[in-house]
Ligand binder design. Structure first.
Ligand SMILES: Nc1ncnc2c1ncn2[C@@H]1O[C@H](COP(=O)(O)OP(=O)(O)O)[C@@H](O)[C@H]1O
Ligand SMILES: O=C(O)[C@@H](O)C(=O)COP(=O)(O)O
Length: 411
């Protein structure tokens, strides 16, 4: 399919992940945080990614935001739409993957929707409809403890059927192994949503070829890369923007197991660290003010301000304050802190966690940026178009080696 490839991502770290996948595939990619104004001027591009914060909000709001994004992408000549959800299928029985897919497919030309969360680069694979995180089933991985979207089932057709009345079918790996013609027949012979097994990047390139003319495709960064590879770009990529420099701070609200390891490394290295405790200070303004006062008193660089907590500590806070209220307090405080840090001359902000990153970008009012060098696979530096903003590294909870946060905020 020619024309622009438009992606709608359900959170901000997911959006950077998919933007990187498109860019690596040779597509000149723009990333917008939120639906851009109609008039926003843009450099030439092959793909546009719109980052929403629609993963954990009420389904009706997620649908309405996604339809706004769809309209804006269509205004900008997007002929093919990619709905990016999490490679760990983060959702609840109420949504939001099913409801958003329903709305997007009703607003698109007819045809089955090929989809898979498989992203081998991140250790996610789909086999016999089951989602694996490394060598572990999703429901046995740390995702079962996620604060907003605990994943306690690994079977994708069952997870999706709980969220939609649209038919959901499964194409298993034996069909993928038979090659393009067999897969094309299997996918295009179905109606509704077709979850296709994929274990390798080669599988995903095959899926990309099969979906290259479909108006709507869905998945994580793995299939996005497959789709990008199936489209050709005649324009060579711009040269890589160098990694940014200047004072750096890590802001982490991610409670993912990988982030906790990355925080442990920072603490072991003796980096200055300030823990946000919403139970002792439930007023976000007061919480932010004390964190900023602490920052002002520092003489060492590369500090960490965090609320990330182990599953047991997280549950204690959530019992005390409620899941929504604790997240609301922390995200509001984190936003205020981000603005305060930018005002104090911080030039690199590393945010850990999708929701947390969304809070940071929204509070700073960063509208969009150019995708730069990757600090880890799927985690690029973002250079805001408005250069007064600090460079941003939005780290998905599950991504990066244990040393990533320390490295990205180092001098
Ligand atoms: N100590 C805490 N107690 C309760 N909720 C927390 C705590 N720390 C973070 N949160 C909330 O948990 C959610 C974490 O989600 P996110 O930032 O997407 O990271 P991840 O998905 O990696 O855990 C956010 O809404 C955040 O505000
Ligand atoms: O697909 C993925 O795993 C990521 O792109 C993503 O969406 C991660 O979300 P968070 O773990 O909430 O950062």
């Amino acid at each position: 399919m020619t024309g622009v490839l438009g992606a709608i991502a359900d959170d901000f770290t997911g959006a950077t992940d998919v933007a990187v996948a498109f860019r690596r595939g040779g597509l000149r990619t723009l990333l917008f945080f939120g639906v851009p104004p109609e008039t926003e001027a843009t450099p030439p591009h092959d793909a546009i990614v719109i980052a929403l914060k629609s993963r954990a909000i009420p389904a009706a709001d997620a649908v309405s935001l996604s339809l706004d994004a769809l309209r804006r992408l269509r205004d900008r000549n997007a002929e093919q739409i990619y709905f990016k959800f999490c490679s760990t299928f983060d959702s609840t029985p109420r949504g939001n993957i099913g409801p958003v897919l329903d709305a997007l497919s009703q607003a698109s030309p007819p045809g089955s929707v090929l989809m898979t969360p498989s992203s081998p680069g991140h250790g996610r694979t789909q086999y016999q409809g089951h989602l694996f995180v490394g060598d572990t089933l999703l429901a046995e991985s740390p995702m079962r403890e996620h604060p907003a979207t605990p994943m306690t089932d690994s079977h994708l057709p069952r997870l999706l059927r709980a969220q939609t009345t649209t038919p959901v079918s499964l194409v298993t790996h034996d069909v993928v192994r038979r090659g393009e013609t067999a897969l094309r027949e299997a996918v295009h012979g179905e109606t509704g949503y077709v979850l296709v097994d994929a274990l390798t990047e080669d599988d995903l390139r095959l899926l990309g070829r099969v979906a290259v003319d479909s108006p709507l495709v869905a998945g994580a960064a793995g299939l996005a890369a497959g789709l990008a590879a199936a489209r050709t770009s005649t324009t060579p990529l711009a040269t890589e923007t160098p990694a940014p420099s200047g004072p750096a701070v890590v802001l982490s609200g991610s409670c993912s197991a990988r982030t906790l390891e990355q925080i442990a490394v920072m603490l072991r290295l003796g980096r200055p660290a300030y823990r946000l405790d919403p139970v002792s200070t439930p007023d976000p303004d007061a919480l932010a003010a004390s964190a900023l006062a602490w920052y002002d008193s520092l003489d060492a660089g590369g500090p960490l301000i965090y609320s990330s907590a182990s599953p047991a500590d997280l549950q204690r806070t959530q019992r005390e304050l409620g899941v929504a209220r604790s997240a609301e307090i922390l995200e509001k405080a984190t936003g205020i802190i981000a603005v305060g840090l930018a005002g104090r001359g911080v030039r690199r902000l590393v945010a850990a966690g999708g929701e947390t990153s969304g809070a940071v970008v929204t509070a700073l009012d960063v509208r969009g940026g150019v995708i730069g060098a990757e600090a880890a696979p799927g985690v690029p530096w973002i250079h805001p178009v408005d250069e007064r903003h600090p460079a941003l590294l939005l780290k998905s909870g599950n991504f990066g080696e244990p040393g990533l946060l320390a490295m990205a905020s180092g001098s």
